[in-house]
Design a protein around this ligand. Sequence first.
Ligand code: CO
Length: 138
Amino acid sequence: MSVLKKIYHLGYAVEDLDVATRFYETHFGVSPSEPEEVEEQGIRAVMFPVGESMIELVEPTRPDSPVGKFIEKRGQGFHHVAFQVEDLRAALRDLKADGVELIDEEPRIGAGGYRMAFLHPQGAFGVLTELVELPKSG
Ligand code: CO
């Protein structure tokens, strides 16, 4: 059985969060969340649902943050995929045991207050891959 439950979100790196948010509001009628700043990652982010998944628009708050460097090097565009998993700590432990390259060996708190961790894109065919564990309901 796959540990990947669903695509939780796709992350797009954008230079101007407000402009990008307005684009999706205006042309696609989406309902974005309020912008949220994650100081540790140097980002401001907005999420909006598309069916069962979400799009996360990510703007760097400083040029030397990972997303800032990404835009400088590769321009705006697709940045990462986030998969929902049931047990993030167990998933990271298994990946590490398999020799998969991780950016975060321990879960940290990302946008939305959820536990998340990044795998290294070099070990995942060039795609920055995020794993997210949602709080258990109830
Ligand atoms: Co994300």
